[in-house]
Design a protein around this ligand. Structure first.
Ligand code: FES
Ligand SMILES: [Fe+2]
Length: 337
């Protein structure tokens, strides 16, 4: 399955403590994650080599993970370092091969294919940990596919309906945008975004600055929404992790630079961000249920061109092609919200 060439978040760095192993599922693979003796993250199949009990239900002590069934102990390289029933007699060499792992920007990424294509790296979170910037991190489960989740995250027309009053407060505004596909990404550059920011307006744009709004998709599973309003910048990075075809775990980073306000507004930003996501979770669950019943035969408006280009990249991956090889295209679109 070609989607397993890519890196997916398996945990936040802070979730991997010295005393707890985590059970995770990525691309329908059942995984256990923990930190070994040297503190480096390890991801193994969540299945003991002996009689296949789930290792995630075991005990983690000093970087060694004991199976809950007969106590086989695994180190951070997946080697079995103790088999209690052998009590000191010669132990055969067993090893559960670890998955490739990268720890970056406070996330632990896994690749569920061991011999994956080279040159693919996790998406770097913009301004993560930089002075003057703050990142708030949210985790949410969606009952829908990665494709429908990423479509939602960079879909402007739904905001006036699903998030009415919170995010967008007026209707009948005409938006124009340039949409580009190149290098395995889709970029959307909006023009004439004005002060249609719902209840955020008083804070985000008190002086009525021009707003620069750009959305982008980075194959196969990352979206980025950027608002630049004078010196204030607000970036929403969403990474959609495929649990299976119908379930997606989404890590949302709210990264912003609001000057002296950064810390003060954090609870507000977190609460409102989560409120908006909760509304998306609800509509996407309903959409997912209906697609489960009848399949997907969508009808498009000009605004949906963005989603078609996103699909073209994901379809290339599904075919086993390199999405970077698709020709660059550029379109102008216009729609009303
Ligand atoms: S099943 Fe894990 S030790 Fe027996
Ligand atoms: Fe939304």
């Amino acid at each position: 399955m070609p989607f397993d060439d890519y890196w997916y978040i398996v945990a936040e760095s802070r979730e991997l403590t010295p005393v707890r192993a985590l059970a995770r599922r990525v691309l329908d693979e059942w995984l256990v994650c923990f930190r070994g003796m040297d503190g480096a993250p390890t991801v193994l199949r969540d299945r003991c080599l002996h009689r296949h009990a789930p290792l995630s239900a075991g005990v983690l002590h000093n970087g060694l993970l004991s199976c809950p069934y007969h106590g086989w102990r695994y180190d951070g390289a997946g080697r079995v370092v103790d088999i209690p029933s052998l009590a000191g007699s010669d132990r055969p060499a067993h090893c559960s091969p670890p998955y490739p792992v990268i720890e970056q920007d406070g996330f632990v990424y896994v690749r569920v294919k061991r011999d994956a294509a080279a040159g693919i790296v996790p998406f770097p979170i913009p301004h993560y940990g930089e002075a003057g910037w703050l990142t708030l991190r949210l985790q949410n489960r969606f009952a829908n596919s990665v494709a429908n989740c990423v479509e939602n995250f960079i879909d402007v027309p739904h905001t006036a309906f699903v998030h009415q009053g919170i995010f967008r407060s007026t209707r009948g505004q005409r938006l124009a945008a340039t949409v580009r596909r190149s290098n395995a990404a889709v970029h959307v550059d909006y023009r004439n975004e004005s002060d249609n920011l719902g209840s955020y307006r008083w804070f985000l744009n008190p002086r009525g600055h021009a707003i620069r709004h750009t959305d982008s998709f980075h194959a196969p599973n990352v979206t980025s929404v950027v608002y630049e309003i004078g010196a204030r910048v607000f970036i929403i990075t969403s990474q959609a992790v495929p649990v299976d075809d119908r379930e997606t775990l989404v890590y949302t980073d709210l990264t912003y630079r609001f000057g002296a306000w950064n810390r003060l507004v954090a609870p507000f930003v977190r609460r409102h961000g989560q409120r908006i996501i909760d509304q998306d979770i609800e509509i996407l669950a309903r959409q997912g249920e209906n697609i489960g019943r009848y399949g997907a035969q969508f009808r498009d408006t000009p605004a949906d061109l963005i989603h078609r280009l996103v699909d073209s990249l994901r379809d290339a991956i599904a075919r086993g092609d390199d999405p970077r090889a698709l020709p660059a295209v550029e379109h102008e679109i216009e729609f009303c919200i």
